[in-house]
Design a protein around this ligand. Sequence first.
Ligand SMILES: NC(=O)C1=CN([C@@H]2O[C@H](COP(=O)(O)OP(=O)(O)OC[C@H]3O[C@@H](n4cnc5c(N)ncnc54)[C@H](OP(=O)(O)O)[C@@H]3O)[C@@H](O)[C@H]2O)C=CC1
Ligand SMILES: Cc1cn([C@H]2C[C@H](O)[C@@H](COP(=O)(O)OP(=O)(O)O[C@H]3O[C@@H](C)C(=O)[C@@H](O)[C@H]3O)O2)c(=O)[nH]c1=O
Length: 298
Amino acid sequence: MKKILIIGGEGQLGSTLTEQSDKIKWGEFSHTTVDTLDLMDSSAIRNYFKTKTFDFIINCTAYTAVDRAETDAVAAWRLNAEAPGELAAEAARMGAHFVHISTDYVFGGTHSRPLKPEDSKTPDSVYGKSKLQGEEDVLRQQPQSIIIRTSWLYSVYGKNFLKTMLQLGKERDSLNVVFDQVGTPTLADDLANTILSIIEKVIKGEKQFTPGVYHFSNEGVCSWYDFTKAIFHETGISCNVLPVESDQFPTAAPRPSFSVMDKSKIKQTFDIEIPHWQDSLRKCIKKLDDATTGEFPN
Ligand SMILES: NC(=O)C1=CN([C@@H]2O[C@H](COP(=O)(O)OP(=O)(O)OC[C@H]3O[C@@H](n4cnc5c(N)ncnc54)[C@H](OP(=O)(O)O)[C@@H]3O)[C@@H](O)[C@H]2O)C=CC1
Ligand SMILES: Cc1cn([C@H]2C[C@H](O)[C@@H](COP(=O)(O)OP(=O)(O)O[C@H]3O[C@@H](C)C(=O)[C@@H](O)[C@H]3O)O2)c(=O)[nH]c1=O
């Protein structure tokens, strides 16, 4: 049985992968948390892998607090740039395939058509810069790596824009939300399903583990304003949403104005079908509702 390790099994993507892997029979899954493998410490990484080997390692960890990273750059750089390279080196040493997750924020928003993996990268934030360095280190240390850039990730787990808006929408009568940052939300369940489907196809010999950088988000395009309107429409929250430009909603870290990604490479290489973001939003809201009525997980 192939052994698959999820690094960061209690973040939102890691939790979703763990939830899905519990139903899988074709692989033996385990995961780490910050308590069992603290990536701030290089020697902890070396020690952890001294006695353990895996066939696939999926890295779901990151420093994801985009604004805080601006003033906590050393920690963000350690988690997003250095640690992924060290994990990839361990994967290479044991001959494991490495799957790493990156972000649309490696792009600077200068493009105006869906972004291909090889398009020029000009990240504006510490988060984006550190994630880009992490991508480069991963591919240098373990050329047999798949890097999946995703965007606007949300799920029933952890902190994310959907949960922030559900909270704010209940507390406030009106909200200002930027409409000049355009991208695509991604339901973590859809990304987790894609990662597991790629690994399953490789294990079953249906696909090669073709290394490189891929893009994955849900289908469709929207602004954060459109996303918020859809969240309130689907949940019946009556909060008024006002479209504003980014300079009317100042943040410590600049975000790309356009980060819609072209997903044709992942779809063609691994025969992946991707749901539209509005359908996935409905799916997630139902899952949240089921959680509050005690029917989740099922
Ligand atoms: N969130 C988003 O909107 C987007 C995320 N991404 C990328 O997707 C991936 C998954 O993101 P997401 O699930 O949202 O991230 P989360 O912020 O939900 O989870 C972060 C994970 O990192 C782990 N972690 C933090 N510090 C340490 C540490 N010192 N040592 C070990 N582990 C640590 C956490 O562990 P623990 O839970 O044990 O503390 C947690 O598992 C990341 O690579 C991120 O950059 C890309 C685009 C959008
Ligand atoms: C809460 C809020 C945010 N905004 C704006 C701020 C920002 O420009 C945009 C997104 O909000 P957030 O700061 O919550 O999201 P942000 O942390 O920028 O989300 C990003 O996280 C990292 C980890 C990624 O990799 C990205 O793909 C992306 O998902 O919406 C409003 O306009 N009104 C609001 O009330």
